[in-house]
Design a protein. Sequence first.
Length: 284
Amino acid sequence: MFSPRGRDLDRGWPGRIEGDRVIQLAAQTLQSFFTGGGQAREHGEYLLDEVQLRPPVLHPPSVRDAYAFEEHVRNAARVTGRPGVPKEWYEIPVFYFSSPAAIYGPEDDIPYPEGSDELDYELEVAAVIGADGAIAGFTVMNDWSARDLQRREMRVGLGPAKGKDFATSLGPVLVTPDELGDLRLEMIARVNGEERSRGNLGDMYHSWEAILARAAANTRLLPGDVIGSGTVGSGCILEHGDGRWLRPGDVVELEVEGIGVLRNRVGPTAKLDESNSGKRAEGV
């Protein structure tokens, strides 16, 4: 998705990048493009430097995030004092739901969550669902996490809520599975230019097929649904245990081979009123 620079960024149009140009497709949304809208027509053309890339899905029907990397689960258990990886983790590709109303794109500022002092990035890849419940493409995902808020919530036993639902970043583009091959993709996270995490998407314990099957059980997946891989091993500050949490002004770059760099700046503390409340740890 993209918007011409200077236009309303609450809107966007599906486009196809060809070299230094973006070809605007006739569909109104990525979801409608997946289901046949505008696939045979092109609506316009822009230079790449004349547009602002937006999240690949501006308003996803749902956002699920899986927990598919054993090293991440193991590291998080060690840092938080849990006994280890539960046997059920190997049996079930679990996931949680995040907020589809708090989606950010490349170069967007991320409001620092109010009430938190432990903001974390999470280095992930997300699948975006197309027609018939199949994966239409992959993008980079940052599952921003307020670890201190999350830690208190998860003691209750329901899972993360306010520790997670203030922001999810997606971008910079959506890449089709055939373009990415076997998905053994190098993944790197940098904060202010310093490399902090490195891993490989091919290290997922649970396959994408298993994750999608679990997500679709007793329900159905819709075009535009977002499903995260979960954090790659070493892919967040929590795992390092060094307390180097993010602060306003920090620039976080998540890079995934074949997809690109998702860059965001951490903004000041969010101050959200009730009319905008939708825009608003235990290692998930």
